[in-house]
Design a protein around this ligand. Structure first.
Ligand code: ZN
Length: 109
């Protein structure tokens, strides 16, 4: 139960009244937005899945480039070749799968 303002006299009244107790005017009904927050959230989820997948792929590609010998940045600490040989390509493919899943979700609806 909330408090709203009467559009006719400007006094604060309770939500439950259909008529203003002060000026006795009939209050207009409150309109609920056509798109509920849940529906909007579900609708906006699809493009973000695709974009998130692209962001993961770009991030992994940039890290891969930084760890490569062609990078402008020479890392002073050694790292395991397992990282560039298996781990980063796996994450890149996971990001690609995420993006493809976003496309699939977009096409299905
Ligand atoms: Zn009123």
């Amino acid at each position: 139960m909330g408090v709203r303002e009467c559009p006719f006299c400007g006094k604060s009244i309770s939500d439950v009244f259909r008529d203003c107790p002060h000026c006795h005017e009939t209050l207009p009904e409150r309109r609920i937005p056509a798109t509920a927050p849940e529906a909007r959230a579900a609708g906006s989820d699809r493009p973000t899945t695709f974009r998130r997948g692209l962001l993961y792929m770009l991030t992994v590609a940039f890290i891969y480039y930084l760890l490569s010998p062609y990078s402008f940045l020479k890392l002073p600490v050694p790292f395991a070749p397992f990282l560039t040989r298996y781990l980063l390509p796996t994450f890149f493919l996971a990001g690609m799968a995420f993006a493809l899943f976003g496309i699939y979700q977009n096409v299905r609806e």
